[in-house]
Ligand binder design. Structure first.
Ligand code: SF4
Length: 381
């Protein structure tokens, strides 16, 4: 992949250089930072605002102020996001958007509101019962309300055609990510996950047009790469949908003898499993897509399609040998789901291992040993 160093700098930096560059070339432009997992980026883009996905601060920031705002048993990304704000590193942004993914994210939204009283801070309510006939109109109304706020911030009305253009742009980006994921499933030796992960995560920071061009170039490059197949087991990584593991953890999983053939890293970048329709009423199309085209996730409840069935299907589709649960410390949704996931995998005879990480970890010897032991137990079984 070209520019891997630049990609790493953008993904791991604390000062959002791409936002600062974009603002220089768009002097009256606004930027909104959204907290993972999902945000309707199409609405933000159509309003002429740059949507930027927050991903915490990794191991590059000492928490000196945020601890005083939260209890002890809160995941790291919530605290580092607050710390980024309290230390002025989120100053390039003109607003923050949160959604109802979990109690911690909900609380962060309102703590941010209190600490940044002059800032636009919004909370998107997502439907909890997708099977209800009221869910689609409710969500379309919620998008309408949000769009009105974005129009106010962006300074102009957003037409349906502008929304359709933005939907089409993000459809293209998601379709490319799906292609890259498919290629990795078939030929994982050509698409190392430590590279693919950074490429996809880059979409959090770049304008979609620029990111799409990078995805296209990467697809061509990965497709034509020659790489020898290693003697590795094929695994699905599950549980890293919000707080992201340190890049060395992904590398050590691969170095320890695993091909990651599917994962839920930075899942918001590939939230829909097929294109959002660009005909009809765009807000309703987005709402219906949230209900019927979203990938399964521990932060999206849909009892019409149990998530545990989704995981077993993912393992079968990707011809994986095992599942590695890689869960952020104190991530309630991931730990709640671990129990039913584990039960379903055991019923299906699929081996699994559970490991915990924190974005700010920097020693990984214990993780390496556990993964190597797991790999050996499968190879020599
Ligand atoms: S890491 Fe888990 S608990 Fe923390 S904000 Fe994200 S979903 Fe919520």
């Amino acid at each position: 992949m070209d520019n891997i160093e630049r990609t790493f700098d953008i993904c791991s930096g604390l000062h959002f250089p791409t936002v600062q560059e974009w603002k220089k070339s768009h002097p009256s432009g606004k930027a909104i930072a959204f907290f993972p997992v999902y945000a309707p980026v199409e609405l933000i883009h159509a309003a002429g605002i740059l949507p930027v996905g927050l991903s915490g601060a990794g191991d590059r920031l000492d928490i000196q102020h945020a601890d005083a705002r939260f209890g002890s048993f809160i995941c790291s990304i919530v605290k580092t996001t607050m710390e980024l704000g309290l230390t002025g590193r989120l100053d390039p942004f003109d607003g923050f958007l949160f959604s109802s993914i979990c109690d911690s994210a909900r609380n962060l939204c309102f703590v941010m509101k209190r600490n940044f009283p002059g800032m636009y801070v919004d909370f998107l309510h997502l439907p909890h019962n997708p099977g209800s006939p009221a869910a689609a109109p409710f969500l379309a109304d919620e998008y309408r309300r949000l769009l009105a706020e974005l129009e106010r911030l962006g300074g102009h009305k957003v037409s349906d055609d502008a929304l359709r253009t933005s939907i089409a742009l993000y459809n293209r980006s998601r379709a490319l990510i799906r292609e890259l994921y498919k290629l990795r499933t078939v030929r994982p030796q050509q698409v190392p996950t430590w590279e693919l992960y950074q490429l996809v995560r880059l979409g959090n920071y770049l304008p979609v047009e620029e990111h799409t061009a990078q995805l296209e170039a990467a697809l061509a490059e990965f497709s034509s790469r020659s790489a020898k197949q290693r003697d590795s087991i094929r695994i699905v990584v599950e549980g890293s949908f919000c707080e992201q593991p340190p890049l060395p953890v992904i590398r050590l999983i691969e170095d320890a003898g695993c091909y990651i053939v599917d994962d839920d890293f930075v899942i918001g970048q590939s939230w829909f499993d097929s294109d959002v329709p660009t005909d009809g009423e765009p807000l309703l199309a987005l709402a219906n897509s949230y209900l019927d085209r979203s990938v399964y996730s521990s932060v999206r409840h849909d009892f019409r399609k149990p998530r545990w069935d989704g995981l077993v299907e993912k393992v079968r589709r990707s011809r994986a040998d095992a599942v590695l649960f890689l869960i952020a410390k104190f991530c309630e949704p991931a730990y709640f789901d671990y129990v039913p996931y584990k039960e379903e995998l055991e019923k299906a005879g699929i081996p699994h291992l559970q490991l915990e990480f924190e974005e700010k970890s920097f020693t990984f010897d214990r993780l390496r040993m556990e993964i190597e032991t797991f790999v050996e137990s499968l190879i020599f079984d």
